[in-house]
Design a protein around this ligand. Structure first.
Ligand SMILES: Nc1ncnc2c1ncn2[C@@H]1O[C@H](COP(=O)(O)OP(=O)(O)OP(=O)(O)O)[C@@H](O)[C@H]1O
Ligand SMILES: O=C(O)C1=C[C@@H](O)[C@@H](O)[C@H](O)C1
Ligand SMILES: [Mg+2]
Length: 171
């Protein structure tokens, strides 16, 4: 792991591609990839839907802040793919801004609906996923704006998105 390089932190709605792009960036840079959702699942020993059902969203959010803090307290050289709601807690945004370069991935509602179709691992989309996505996007329309850079992923493949991020990162 390259510990002298700044961390890359990816934020954005569910389905904007944080995990997918994070994997490409980590490989390209030789960085460690930390997927916050996966780290929380490993630490808690249950899936995210189980956590929401058995412990509630507030418990998940506390675990999310604790893991984010721990991950960014260590050295650089990491790509950190956050969960879609990690930006809801203002403290998390401060931790991210001081922990690396923050890239927001965005996409229009139709693209997100298309990308997350049929995936049951996102409890906040239970029921009418399309309607839930539109509601959540509206609730969070300003939540991702604190990023250093924003990349619209709607009509771009993962490799191209990763190369745009690397262009900004390497300046
Ligand atoms: N630029 C892209 N073009 C086409 N498909 C994409 C793109 N980025 C991601 N996808 C696909 O969209 C789906 C969701 O991507 P991914 O899991 O990376 O999103 P995420 O932002 O990590 O979501 P979450 O916040 O729920 O963890 C995956 O099936 C992935 O292959
Ligand atoms: O947008 C959200 O609030 C979430 C997104 C996922 O990455 C998970 O962190 C969880 O399902 C909540
Ligand atoms: Mg993800």
């Amino acid at each position: 792991m390259n510990q002298t390089e700044q961390n890359i932190i990816l934020i954005g709605m569910m389905g904007t591609g944080k995990t997918t792009i994070g994997q490409i960036l980590a490989k390209e840079l030789g960085f460690a990839l930390v997927d916050l959702d996966a780290a929380i699942v490993a630490e808690q020993g249950m899936t995210i839907p189980e956590m929401f059902e058995l412990r509630g969203e507030a418990y998940f959010r506390q675990a999310e802040t604790a893991v984010l803090r721990k991950v960014l307290a260590s050295d650089g050289g990491q790509v950190v793919a956050t969960g879609g709601g990690a930006v809801l807690e203002p403290l998390n945004c401060e931790i991210m801004l001081s922990g690396g370069i923050v890239f927001a991935l965005t996409a229009d509602a139709e693209t997100i609906i298309d990308r997350v179709r049929g995936d049951s691992n996102r409890p906040l989309l239970a029921g009418n996923a399309e309607e839930r996505i539109r509601i959540i996007m509206d609730e969070r329309k300003d939540a991702y704006r604190f990023a250093h850079y924003t990349v619209d992923t709607s009509r771009m493949g993962p490799e191209k998105i990763a190369s745009q991020i690397l262009m900004h990162y390497r300046v």
